[in-house]
Design a protein around this ligand. Structure first.
Ligand SMILES: [Zn+2]
Length: 286
């Protein structure tokens, strides 16, 4: 069962970063132009979902069709990516972190000098009217596999409710798991929250709730992104992307530690003065 290849970009253009998920505007435009010239078409989320259903993959939609996705919903997409796509007759699906729409990326480790802005609802609605799809990347970009059932359900359900309320039922169809991190428990909870499609990392199992995607990272600057190449270089590229995806665990640990630290640095509740010197709470480290 395959709906076709799924590429996953994060940020296009804008300030440079210490991380690897930013692709330059010129590189992105060159890649999209090369794909269009080679006859590739982009799928809407509804077309992709239709192709995933048994017996539909060989439908009238051309073989060289792909789903183009963006994670996190940075504001710079509306400036540097969407206009390029619209010009070529392409569209894309963007996975939004619903608590941060119209705000900045305080959910992330700082890889840039200043915090980055996210798309606001007005921009989202404007591009939705032009045929672009929007879907869920949870409420706060939590690593779902590390949360208990109730918190997973809250992250998934709250995000879906907001999207359906703001953008209509179709925006509640799909979820991209933050960091590509999902397991059968998370997939089951996503389905019970109402999602029909779940997008994971490079090695999804191909089921509707574990659709594999190939991320396009900084080094993937050729005309054809490595995820679409059938040759040896393509296999190497997909393997490296898989490793990079796994390395995102480091980012999750840093964020977890930061949350712990900020919780622990809250003003203490009033108590009698003490001369004890507090020891680091070793057991509280992740
Ligand atoms: Zn993300």
């Amino acid at each position: 069962m395959s709906g076709g290849p799924v590429l996953c970009y994060h940020r296009v253009g804008g300030p440079l970063e210490l991380g690897v998920t930013r692709v330059g505007r010129a590189v992105f435009a060159r890649q999209m132009t090369a794909l269009a010239k080679a006859g590739w078409k982009t799928l809407s989320l509804a077309q992709f979902a239709h192709r995933l259903q048994p017996g539909n993959s060989a439908s009238r939609i051309p073989h060289s069709a792909l789903l183009l996705t963006f994670d996190d919903g940075y504001a710079s997409l509306a400036q540097h990516a969407y206009p390029v796509l619209a010009e070529l007759g392409f569209s894309a699906t963007t996975f939004l972190i619903t608590d941060h729409v119209g705000a900045s990326n305080t959910w992330d480790v700082r890889y840039t000098w200043r915090p980055l802005a996210h798309l606001d609802w007005r921009a989202v609605e404007r591009w939705q009217q032009r045929g672009f799809d929007f879907a869920s990347h949870t409420a706060s970009h939590a690593r779902l596999t590390w949360l208990d059932d109730a918190r997973v359900a809250d992250e998934l359900g709250r995000a879906r409710e907001t999207l359906v309320h703001r953008l209509g039922a179709a925006a509640g169809r799909a979820i991209a798991y933050p960091f590509g991190a999902a397991d059968t428990r998370v997939e089951r909870l996503a389905r019970s929250a109402g999602y029909e499609l779940g997008f994971g990392g490079v090695r999804g199992n191909g089921g509707a709730m574990s659709v594999p995607r190939v991320p396009v990272y900084l080094w993937d600057a050729g005309n054809v992104p490595l995820g679409l190449r059938a040759d040896g270089l393509g296999s190497v590229g997909r393997f490296v992307a898989h490793l990079a995806n796994r390395c995102a665990v480091g980012t999750s640990w840093m964020l977890k530690l930061r949350r712990r630290i900020s919780t622990e640095s809250l003003p203490p509740s009033p108590r009698p003065p003490s001369h004890d010197i507090p020891c680091p709470r070793r057991s509280s480290l992740p």
